[in-house]
Ligand binder design. Structure first.
Ligand SMILES: C[S@@+](CC[C@H](N)C(=O)[O-])C[C@H]1O[C@@H](n2cnc3c(N)ncnc32)[C@H](O)[C@@H]1O
Length: 284
């Protein structure tokens, strides 16, 4: 590339960054959702994708539409919140929770669990099934939160495509499941409908990790595949929220690609099971 073309490309990139900053600021001021510290590459990808689909000329025009049309903002909100999830995702980690963490949870008279960024709920039902099989569900309260209301509504309903059942059952078996996954759902022609008694101990709530407050005295915080979309500063803040939400000795369970390593708050946790991303809040 010639020097002149390189300079033009740099300038275009600079302008795009500026437009993204302005657009995120506009969203924050207009709707109160704060994406300013989300990972830049993720934001850029999602915004470019929406821009292309919208047929608008540039991010400036998109900002104007976002400010004027709530529906368009809601669409972008869904674009930015990636809801990919599955039942018993990372079976080895569920097995570790079942075999090594649940026995410790059993030492508490009552157990409070927070699933932060629960998406459409598959993960929450998986935890409920596991706790039921280990005889602990009745003594638990599971708080399931997400800032995406559409996803949260699906989580409350617990209805998933039947075509996923085979994979979910395979994950469940690998995770050390004691029965058969079909025991926990009914089917109709195209869906698996999770049994309603599994929801008995669940509380669903709209909660934004960036702008809303802490929960208190949790024994286990599960936040998997969420902070991966945040920049380092925001990850540090969210892990601090989790630290404040946990009782001393409480557990934090992260996603396969997430870690407390390199985080300042990491000093206040010990790594209990590194490969399964399970940490324990230090007593002091
Ligand atoms: C990829 S899903 C992870 C779902 C599930 N935890 C799992 O690991 O299978 C990420 C979820 O984080 C949620 N999320 C992203 N930013 C959030 C925020 N600021 N507050 C609450 N939830 C958020 C998204 O809406 C999405 O449902």
């Amino acid at each position: 590339m010639s020097l002149e073309r390189e300079e033009l490309a740099d300038e275009a990139k600079e302008i795009e960054e500026l437009e993204i900053n302005l657009l995120l600021e506009a969203i924050y001021q207009r709707y109160g959702y704060d994406f300013r510290d989300y990972a830049r590459a993720h934001l850029r990808r999602r915004l470019r994708h929406r821009l292309e689909l919208s047929g608008l000329s540039d991010l400036g025009a998109m900002q104007h539409r976002l400010l004027c049309q709530r529906d368009f903002f809601e669409q972008l909100l869904r674009d930015l919140s990636i809801n990919v999830t599955e039942m018993f995702r990372d079976p080895a980690a569920y097995r570790r929770i079942r075999e090594d963490v649940v026995p410790l949870l059993k030492t508490y008279p009552y157990v409070k669990i927070w699933h932060a960024g629960c998406a459409t709920g598959e993960e929450v039902y998986s935890t409920a099934i596991l706790l039921h099989e280990e005889g602990l569900l009745e003594r638990c309260r599971i708080y399931a939160t997400d800032f995406n209301r559409v996803a949260l509504q699906k989580a409350k309903e617990g209805v998933y495509p039947l075509e996923r059942a085979r994979q979910y059952n395979s994950n469940y078996q690998k995770s050390g499941g004691r029965a058969s996954l079909v025991d926990y759902y009914r089917t109709d022609s195209e869906s698996m409908l999770l049994k309603s008694w599994l929801r008995k101990q669940m509380v669903f709530a709209d909660h934004n990790l960036v702008t809303d407050g802490v929960f208190s005295e949790m024994q286990l915080v599960v936040c998997r595949n969420v902070v991966i979309y945040f920049n380092r500063d925001l990850q540090e803040r969210i892990f601090t929220t989790f630290h404040q939400s946990l009782c001393p000795g409480g557990f934090l369970w992260l996603g396969a690609k997430e870690s407390l390593k390199l985080m300042k708050i990491g000093e206040k946790f010990s790594e209990l099971y590194g490969s399964e991303k399970i940490f324990k809040k230090r007593l002091q």
